[in-house]
Design a protein around this ligand. Structure first.
Ligand SMILES: *Cc1c(COP(=O)(O)O)cnc(C)c1O
Length: 423
């Protein structure tokens, strides 16, 4: 019996045949726009498959045609990405936003209702609430902690329950680490599905990368990533990915072909390189985050710490959800600094090792101020309700020595003078 290897063991070789590339151990960058057909018959056959003009023969693969449709660097990357989530297929994009917007446009049409969880990543929040309505798509939202019955009530109250086509959630939510129940969301989707209509569930899994949470196993139909974050992991590339069944990814890739928002070969190659160390990086990031959270939990200037490790049986009703769907406490920590914007900014401006920048999941630790940066665009009432206040600082923990990360946070907290704290 052949051994089933772990994804991290396959990231260096899976889906690549050295004999097709002069024996090169690594895939070359196929920096080419188009591919030469062996014969006109072959070209015809490739197009028939690409455009779905006939059923594929047994074992027939999509041939290489043109890099907007497919390219070896993208195909190898897509094959490798499927391993973590145990998905049938994957489609990679030039950004996380292009993956998300392509899914929303493919599975929604004018008159349809979209149900989202609140809060969403700023870009997704804007697209769903400000852009989709221009195309006649209606949007309803539910929040962390709402029950199955309450969410059904929210959908019914729109008067458009029979038009519900897609549920789009993000968990853990950014920047508060609040959890949304994936299997619970699937139950909502099932409730509104019937013989003539399937309500699909799409999950933005960026915060947990492909290592720490596997939404497809909990009933999601599609899982989405900003590959800019943990998957890329080096703050040097923008990319996105969508995974799911062959049937659904075929639809996603169909729209991708016509929007032309696939990733380029160079991006594909960079991500292949990143994937080799994905598990190692994320293991260290989670380990470091636990040490940093322990430090912040004890620090008098950290009023509240938003970290998955702080969700314990006693402290939160979210514990059951965490136990079910999260394989790690992750690498993201937010905390409320004692004071307000002035104290938060003093802290951020005093950091030496940790960089003051948005984004997350990279090798270097980053810090930012959600209320005025990543979430500046969120409705003030929502901000208040979601506890995205002026006090909040978000940290993305990197792979540095945790002693140095903690030292840096401590020295920056020391720079927040008493006179600001006690006016
Ligand atoms: C960054 C991010 C996105 C958007 O991805 P881009 O690669 O920047 O387009 C979407 N969702 C989440 C949760 C993110 O953090």
């Amino acid at each position: 019996m052949e051994r089933k290897m772990s994804p991290e063991s396959l990231m260096m070789s899976y889906g690549y045949k050295p004999e097709l590339s002069e024996g090169a151990i690594k895939s070359p960058i196929f920096q080419t726009s188009t591919f030469v057909f062996k014969s006109a018959e072959e070209g015809k056959a490739f197009f028939e498959v690409a455009y779905g003009l006939r059923a594929q023969h047994e074992g027939e693969k999509l041939g290489l045609i043109y890099s907007r449709i497919n390219n070896p660097d993208l195909e190898i990357l897509e094959n490798r990405l499927t391993l973590w989530d145990e998905a049938e297929e994957c489609a990679v994009f030039e950004s996380g936003m292009s993956a998300i917007t392509t899914v929303l446009l493919e599975f929604l049409k004018p008159g349809d209702l979209l149900l989202i969880s609140n809060p969403l990543y700023g870009g997704s929040d804007h697209f769903t609430k400000k852009i989709l309505p221009k195309f006649g798509i209606h949007v309803a939202a539910f929040k962390v902690g709402q029950t199955h019955e309450q969410i059904i009530e929210i959908v019914n109250k729109t008067g458009l329950a029979e038009k519900l086509a897609l549920i789009f959630i993000e968990t853990p939510a950014n920047p508060t680490n609040d959890l949304i129940d994936i299997s619970g969301s699937k139950a909502i989707a099932k409730h509104f599905s019937n013989a003539s209509k399937n309500v699909y569930l799409a999950v933005d899994n960026t915060y947990m990368g492909p290592i720490w949470q596997h939404p497809l196993k909990h009933g999601a139909d599609l899982v989405l990533y900003s590959a800019t974050k943990y998957i890329g992991g080096h703050s040097d590339v923008i990319a996105g990915a969508c995974l799911g069944s062959a049937e659904l990814i075929k639809r996603v890739k169909g729209l991708r072909t016509f929007l032309g928002n696939m990733a380029g070969p160079w991006t594909g190659w960079l991500l292949l390189r990143s994937l080799e160390t994905l598990k190692a990086r994320m293991d260290i990031q989670a380990f470091n985050a636990e040490k940093v959270a322990e430090f912040l939990n004890r620090h008098p200037l950290a009023e509240k710490v938003y970290y998955l490790g702080n969700i314990t049986e006693k402290s939160s009703s979210q514990y059951d959800i965490k136990k079910r769907q999260c394989l790690s406490n992750g690498g993201m920590i937010s905390f409320d600094i004692k004071g307000g914007e002035q104290e938060a900014f003093r802290f951020l401006d005093s950091l030496k090792l940790i960089k003051l920048a948005v984004s997350l999941g990279s090798t270097e630790s980053l810090a930012e101020h959600p209320a005025t940066m990543t979430h500046a665009d969120v409705d003030p009432a929502d901000k208040l309700e979601l506890s995205i206040s002026e006090k909040m600082i978000r940290l993305s923990i990197g792979v540095e020595s945790y002693h140095d990360i903690i030292y840096d946070i401590e020295q920056a907290l020391d720079k927040v003078p008493d006179k600001i704290m006690c006016p």
